[in-house]
Design a binder for this molecule. Sequence first.
Ligand code: MN
Length: 463
Amino acid sequence: MPLDEYRRRRDFTATPEPGADEPGAGAARRFVIQEHHATSLHWDLRLEHDGALASWALPRGIPPDPRQNRLAVRTEDHPLAYLDFEGEIPKGEYGGGLMEIWDAGTYEVEKFRDREVIVVLHGERVTGRYALFRTDGKNWMIHRMDPPDDPGRELLPEGIAPMLAKPGSLPRNADDWAFEIKWDGVRLVAYVQGGRVELRGRSGLDMTATYPEVRGLGAALGMVECVLDGEVVALDEGGVPRFERLQQRMNVTGDARIARLARTIPVRYHVFDLLFLDGRSAMSLPYRDRRRLLEALELDGPSWGTPASHVGAGAEMLEFTREHELEGVVAKRLDSRYEAGRRSDAWVKIKHAQRVTLEIGGFTLGRDGRTGHIGAVVLGERLADGTLRCAGKAGSGLTSATIDQLEASLVRRPTSPFGSGSVPTGTTFVEPTHRAVIEFTEWTAAGTLRHPIFKALVQGGED
Ligand code: MN
């Protein structure tokens, strides 16, 4: 390099002489970072240099923290006029998609070589010293050399187990509580960073590939880093979440099959809590503050959103959910922190139960302490044509007194009393002389009871 000798002899922090190796070194030059919603979201970093814009595409954006280097792919130099460019590049054209200026400002050069660039950025969002260094061909890495802007900044956490609600009834002092609809779906925690989202189930299983329509949430949040808590649901034609619809989306593998199902049985991710935001845990904040931060993110996309939360309106919400055949309501104490992995008194779920009286047409044997005895009764619904349709079985709620009573009075028969419906395997058939009151949450599409609980035995013809 022609100026190496000149540079070697001087300490530019001490001398007022013009610095370093390039025209204008040390002087402010312009830079821009464009958020580019192309086929794959990325951020384009462009530095004014030698009459053009030296450019890198950053798939996960600018690292805010020296502990996380990020990939930077060297792209072709762009003309200086590109500093101000924002707009929609037509689909089908090179780089088709929306390009927006994410940050702009000036920068100082410390080093500008073929393999290494060190700059100090002075933008609105990004300030600090960054190194770009080439690793392989077009692949570079970008590293923040300064501490994070926020000295208390934490890295995105991993493996947060969601907080759970205790079953109960509407709390007194409703004004101390927020009420949300209870969504009948699958709980998912979303980890969002660098425009990418990772979905994890209650046990930590990676479910990102299962629900591809939720991926757009990452792009929608851009460079926001956060951890979100919510429930993925599948809605029926009336907009009511149906667990059995969602079941058709669960445990499906193969991108093509998943993509096909995503069209016929689309899901929606209802986000109801915020656990981490831009380098800070939110879990010790009270619910009302987490909720305010969550609402400020304005999540509202084709396959995700933040459903309403109403302070004090428990009775109204419970009535609303009953009318709309929703599962129930969750009450969350406004001053409660997020207790990861705990079933807490600060969250109470109030579910609607339905009751039905059905005929007992069989039983299955119990396990563990009930081995050799009745473990569950197999239930039938008497249809208008006089036949019995099997509606599944109920084991919860059976007391040993009831079991004794049933064993003393049920009369076995060799053939099935059921004319239709799916009979559980291992059923011993009995004459349908007894009836049972069953509490349950809903009928499944297959006509069986969901969450059945045995409440009472009814003998003879009267309830
Ligand atoms: Mn680009």
